[in-house]
Design a protein around this ligand. Structure first.
Ligand code: ADP
Ligand code: MG
Length: 533
C-alpha cells in the first residue's frame, strides 16, 4: 500500500467541484440579499454595531459591507466589488453587489439544468460586452455649463440617502465645489476638504473657497486674523532637539545653569528670528512648536499653527503656492505662500483656521453641519458619492437616465441579441437579461410596489420606444426619468455591469477552494490576501 502524501497544512479546508461552486454562489447571494433592501430612494438604512459597540447608520452599500465581518471567501470576494466600485467611480456600490448576486442566482438555475459553467461564462461575457455597447446607444451628452444636469446627477445620487431631505441646497454646494476645483476638464476630489462639525442643521452646510484647518493658533497673544498673509509651510519641528536617551549634565554653579538655559533660549529665538526675517506672518507647522518659539512668534505678530496634518499641508501648498520647507537655513521671502486672509474663527464651540483668498484657489472646503456624529458620518459618505458622480459627469460629459431605465432597456435588447447565438448560449444571455432587471425590480419592491406589474408596464413603454421610462419609487409609479431629472453617470453604470459580470464569471470558473487555517481566529475559511483566481 502506498503511503498517503500530505500536501496541505493541517487545518486547511478544501471544498471541490459542485460544492465549491454552490458554496460560493450561496455566499454571494446572502451578501447581495443583505444590501438589496437598501437600494434606491425607498431603500432602508442599516444600523451596524461593531465589536467595540460603535454604531454606524448607513445606506451606503460599500459601508454596510465594510462594517460586517465576513468569513466566507466567496462573500469576501463580492464585498471587494463594492470597495472597488467605491474607489473607481464613487457610487453604485449597492448596485454592483446586487447585480453580481443576481447573476450568480440565475447561473445557479442553469447549473441545475446541467448546463456547464463554461457555457454560462461564455454567454455572460457576450451579454456583458453587448450591454456596454447598449449603454452607448442611450447615453445623453451634457456640457459642464448645463448646471441643471450637474445638480440632477448630484440629487439622484443623494436621493437614496438620509441626506435627501436637504438635497436641493446640498447639491448646489456640491456642484459649486466641483466646478471650483475643475481644471482642464479634470476634477481631483482630493482638492476638496470635508469638515464635519456637530451643531446647527444640515441646511447650514456650506462651501468655503479656501481651506479650513481643524486647528487653533498655538498662543493666545497671536493675532486672530492676518490680512495679506505670507505663509511659511514647515514640516520640521520648531523645538530644540531632544535626545532619545537619558543624558547627564554636570552643572556645578548657578552661572552654568543660566548659561545652559540662555543657550537653549537663544537657539529657539534664532528659529523665530529666521522665520520673521523672511517677512512671514503665518506659520503652519506639521510638527510641534516649542513654548519659547511660540512666545517669540507671538511677540512679532505671527499667527502659528502646529501639528497640521500632512494631507492638509499638501493642500495648503497647492493653494497658497508656497513650498513645504524642511530646513530653516537659507529661508527667504520666495519660500512663502500667500493668502488674502488667514483667520481663526469659531464654528460651533471650536476654533478653526480659515485660509481664504488663496492665489491658486484650487482648494475648497465643505463644512458639513448636523445633529449627531452618526448622521455627520453618513452625510459625509453621501456627499462624497455625490461629488464623485458630478466629477464623472464633468470629466466624461455622459449620462443615462436612472430608476432602472437603462437596465430594462439592456434586458430587452439582449433578448433580441441572443437570437443570433447557439441555443445554450441563448439560455445564458437570457439569464443575464433577467438578472439585470433586478435593479428596476428591487427599486419597485423597496417602495412596496408590485415588481411584476411594474416590469410589465416598463416593457410596454420599451415597446413604444420610450426608453427613458423607469421606476419612480417616491411617487409609486413609472415615469420618464429624464423629465424627472433622475440621471446617473454612464461611468457608474458601466463599471457596475462590467465588474459584476466579471466577478460572477470568475466565481463560476472556480471548482476548488483551498482555505488556509485562519491563524487569527483559529478557524478555517479565511482567504489569503494574495489569492489569485
Ligand atoms: P448605489 O449604492 O448602487 O448607488 P442607491 O441606493 O444609491 O445604490 O440606489 C441607486 C439606484 O436608485 C439607481 O438605480 C438610481 O437610478 C436609483 N434612483 C436614485 N434616485 C432615484 C429617483 N429619484 N427615482 C428613481 N430612481 C432613483
Ligand atoms: Mg447611489
Amino acid at each position: 500500500m502506498s503511503q498517503p502524501i500530505i500536501v496541505l497544512r493541517e487545518g486547511t479546508e478544501r471544498t471541490k467541484g459542485k460544492d465549491a461552486l454552490n458554496n460560493n454562489i450561496q455566499a454571494a447571494k446572502v451578501i447581495s440579499e443583505a444590501v438589496k433592501t437598501a437600494l434606491g430612494p425607498k431603500g432602508m438604512d442599516k444600523m451596524l454595531v461593531d465589536s467595540f459597540g460603535d454604531v454606524v447608520i448607513t445606506n451606503d452599500g460599500a459601508t454596510i459591507l465594510k462594517e460586517i465581518d465576513v468569513q466566507h471567501p466567496g462573500a469576501k470576494f463580492i464585498i471587494d466589488l463594492a470597495k472597488t466600485q467605491d474607489q473607481e467611480v464613487g457610487d453604485g456600490t449597492t448596485t454592483v453587489v446586487v447585480l453580481a448576486g443576481e447573476l450568480l442566482r440565475r447561473a445557479q438555475d442553469l447549473l441545475e439544468m446541467d448546463i456547464h459553467p463554461s457555457i454560462i461564462v461564455e454567454g455572460y461575457r457576450l451579454a456583458m460586452d453587448k450591454s456596454l455597447e447598449l449603454l452607448e446607444d442611450i447615453k445623453i451628452d451634457v456640457e459642464i455649463e448645463d448646471r441643471d444636469s450637474l445638480l440632477n446627477i448630484a440629487k439622484t445620487s443623494m436621493s437614496s440617502k438620509i441626506i435627501s431631505g436637504e438635497m436641493e441646497a446640498i447639491s448646489q454646494v456640491i456642484v459649486d465645489a466641483a466646478l471650483a476645483i475643475e481644471e482642464n476638464g479634470k476634477v481631483d476630489i482630493d482638492d476638496i476638504t470635508i469638515i464635519k462639525k456637530q451643531g446647527e442643521s444640515l441646511s447650514d452646510t456650506q462651501l468655503i473657497r479656501g481651506l479650513i484647518l481643524d486647528k487653533e493658533k498655538v498662543h493666545g497673544d497671536m493675532p486672530s486674523s492676518v490680512k495679506d498673509a505670507k505663509i511659511l509651510l514647515l514640516n520640521t519641528a520648531l523645538e530644540t532637539n531632544k535626545t532619545e536617551f537619558d543624558s547627564k549634565l554636570n552643572i556645578e554653579t548657578a552661572d552654568q545653569v543660566q548659561q545652559f538655559l540662555d543657550r537653549e533660549q537663544s537657539a529657539l529665538k534664532e528659529m523665530a528670528d529666521k522665520i520673521t526675517a523672511t517677512g512671514a506672518n503665518v506659520v503652519f507647522c506639521q510638527k510641534g512648536i516649542d513654548d519659547m518659539v511660540q512666545h517669540f512668534l507671538a511677540k512679532s505678530g505671527v499667527l502659528a499653527v502646529r501639528r497640521v496634518k500632512k494631507s492638509d499641508m499638501e493642500k495648503l501648498s497647492k493653494s497658497t503656492g508656497g513650498p513645504i520647507i524642511s530646513n530653516l537655513t537659507d529661508l527667504s521671502e520666495a519660500d512663502l505662500g500667500k493668502a488674502g486672509k488667514v483667520a481663526e474663527q469659531k464654528i460651533a464651540d471650536d476654533d478653526v483656521i480659515f485660509v481664504t483668498e488663496t492665489p491658486q484657489s484650487k482648494s475648497v472646503t465643505i463644512l458639513i453641519r448636523g445633529g449627531t456624529e452618526f448622521v455627520l458620518d453618513e452625510y459625509e459618505r453621501s456627499i462624497h458619492d455625490a461629488l464623485c458622480v458630478v466629477r464623472n459627469i464633468i470629466e466624461d460629459k455622459q449620462l443615462v437616465p436612472g430608476g432602472g431605465a437603462p437596465e430594462l432597456y439592456m434586458a430587452n435588447e439582449l433578448r433580441d441579441f441572443k437570437l443570433e447565438q447557439p441555443s445554450k448560449i441563448q439560455l445564458a444571455i437570457e439569464a443575464f437579461a433577467t438578472a439585470i432587471e433586478v435593479i428596476p425590480r428591487a427599486l419597485a419592491e423597496n417602495a412596496g410596489m408590485d415588481p411584476i406589474e411594474i416590469i410589465g408596464e416598463l416593457n410596454k413603454m420599451y415597446k413604444e420606444g420610450k426608453h427613458q421610462y423607469g421606476v419612480d419609487p417616491i411617487a409609486g409609479k413609472i415615469d420618464d426619468m429624464k423629465k424627472k431629472g433622475v440621471m446617473e453617470p454612464v461611468r457608474v453604470k458601466k463599471q457596475a455591469i462590467s465588474s459584476a459580470a466579471e466577478a460572477a464569471t470568475i466565481l463560476l470558473r472556480i471548482d476548488d477552494v483551498v482555505s488556509a487555517k485562519n491563524l487569527d481566529k483559529g478557524g478555517a475559511g479565511g482567504m489569503p490576501d494574495d489569492m489569485d483566481f
